[in-house]
Design a protein around this ligand. Structure first.
Ligand SMILES: *Cc1c(COP(=O)(O)O)cnc(C)c1O
Length: 230
């Protein structure tokens, strides 16, 4: 069962925390979008978040997301794909999402571009950067980011909007901030060339305060909104 009161309370607390952190570092809290990450949660939970004003929804598993979209057609939601993008999944993403955060190679970008229906606006894209250079992790290496951006920027059905990262888990805030600062540097190095880039997608429940302090414009929050995933 969905605990509607709990979700509402969590969202209020989350907003308050973001407001305080933003204040401390002299940022406008309105510049920070909360993406409600709803993998494994039922459509009814998303409905609660949407009523509380969270209309950007992040999903990892494409088919699961498409099923929920069908149930939530009456709501004006923006759907963000934040899960791994394999070739056999690009069509569903191109046809059913507003954003893809995990583009990390040209082949995937090209498929999304080719499969984006002409009736829809360009798909908003963030390039995922493997900031800690973890061999098992998705993401373009930081020194190859510029090259990928150049290629993606030429694809007419994609709109290059930003950079996304999932740093390795670290307990201490100073270490978290150091990594997020490196992601921000990657982002800013591209912004000069691509002024439409306005989205720095970083920070999850465990580390969003550090991410906001380092300039995140979009935090991806699941646990702190919906509770622990079981
Ligand atoms: C699941 C997930 C999140 C949200 O994680 P929480 O710890 O539940 O806030 C954010 N980003 C990505 C890429 C995820 O897969």
């Amino acid at each position: 069962m969905i605990d509607e009161a709990l979700i509402n309370r969590n969202i209020a607390e989350l907003r308050q925390r973001i407001r305080l952190i933003a204040q401390e570092c002299g940022r406008d809290p309105n510049d920070i979008t909360v993406l409600a990450v709803s993998k494994t949660r039922p459509a009814a939970a998303i409905r609660v978040a949407a009523s509380a004003g969270l209309t950007n929804i992040g999903e990892n598993y494409i088919q699961e997301a498409v099923d929920k979209q069908l149930e939530l057609q009456d709501l004006p939601l923006q759907w963000h794909c934040i899960g791994p993008l394999q070739s056999n999944k690009t069509r569903l993403v191109a046809e059913h999402f507003h954003w893809a955060h995990t583009v990390d190679r040209l082949k995937i970008a090209q498929r999304l571009n080719d499969q984006r229906p002409s009736t829809l606006p360009a798909l908003n894209v963030c390039l995922q950067v493997n900031i800690d250079r973890e061999p098992q992790k998705a993401g373009v290496a930081p020194d190859e980011l510029k090259n990928l951006a150049e290629q993606v920027a030429t694809l007419p059905n994609l709109m290059l909007r930003g950079v996304m990262a999932i740093p390795a888990a670290r307990d201490d805030t100073a270490a978290q901030r150091q990594t997020f600062a490196a992601v921000r540097a990657c982002f800013q190095s591209l912004q000069g060339e691509y002024p439409q880039m306005d989205t720095l997608s970083m920070g999850m429940s465990r580390d969003f305060p550090a991410a906001v302090a380092e300039g995140s414009t979009l935090v991806r929050i699941g646990t702190d909104i919906f509770g622990a995933r079981t």
